[in-house]
Design a protein around this ligand. Structure first.
Ligand code: BEZ
Length: 255
């Protein structure tokens, strides 16, 4: 449900809970789209610290949760969730779930083709795949600022980006090519109030962009990114609002 689906990204469950706790809190619409019922067997793909997974279990479903980040899996287990470390690109399940659910995680999992093949395999015929991820233009201002600051240093931010933010048309094609039928897919702009300034957000999510810089230059580069974004993302009350755009979908594995 949170971002942790990327291999090699450093995830801290404590920092996640402190700086981006809005991620599961804003997952209500996709949870509603999932509409879990008692007795169903559901896979939560990219479960993060398990806050949303717990809600699925509360509906009476049996939930298996996976995440690429051991620290996030440990946090989910501490909530009593049956969670294990597994890459979304290497799912090992076969025809055993009524639904696969994913919130704010699929944009960390590339290539999408491997993920979609594993999700389809994991579902029983007639099972559903319901998810939400970053969509086309997600965090566009932040990406442009990263690109400008890294460009000044001779680095290509687009090459360094760990993120995948497809349009509805592009992801529809990927889903169909993987053998899904589309019930609904849409882009939902969702300006997102940050509980902090942009710097902790960058520390939590954008480390990959700064890793190519000498350690002594990372903090100045991060400050330059924040400086470029201040006039764009801070409103007149002084609140940082990130330019999130969601891609929300409901697809099925034909029976
Ligand atoms: C997102 O959930 O949209 C997101 C998370 C991390 C980095 C960029 C976007």
């Amino acid at each position: 449900m949170s971002g942790p689906g990327v291999a090699g990204h450093e995830w801290s469950a404590r920092r996640y809970a402190e700086t981006v706790h809005f991620v599961p809190a804003l997952g209500a619409p996709v949870l509603e789209l999932l509409a879990p019922s008692a007795g169903e067997r559901i896979l939560d793909l990219g479960c993060g610290d398990g806050v949303l997974t717990e809600k699925i279990a509360t509906a009476g479903a049996t939930v298996v949760a996976v995440d690429a980040a051991p620290e996030m899996v440990a946090a989910a287990r501490a909530r009593g969730i049956h969670a294990r470390v597994m890459l979304g690109q290497n799912l090992t399940f076969d025809g055993e779930f009524d639904a696969v659910f994913s919130n704010a995680a699929l944009h960390w999992m590339r290539p999408p083709e491997c993920v979609l093949a594993g999700v389809r395999r994991a579902l029983r015929p007639g099972g559903r795949f319901v998810g939400e991820m970053g969509g086309h233009n997600n965090t566009a201002a932040i990406i442009v600022a990263l690109s400008a600051v890294l460009g000044r240093r001779g680095l290509d931010a687009h090459r360094l980006s760990p993120w995948y933010f497809p349009s509805a048309a592009a992801y529809r094609s990927k889903l169909e090519e993987a053998g899904f039928a589309i019930e609904d897919i849409r882009i939902v702009p969702r300006p997102t109030v940050l509980p902090t300034s942009i710097e902790p957000w960058l520390d939590t999510f954008a480390g990959a962009f700064f890793e190519g810089l000498p350690p002594a230059d990372r903090s100045p580069a991060r400050a330059e990114v924040a400086e470029l974004l201040r006039p764009v993302l801070i409103d007149e009350t002084g609140t940082w609002i990130a330019d999130y755009v969601r891609l929300r979908f409901h697809a099925t594995r034909p029976g």
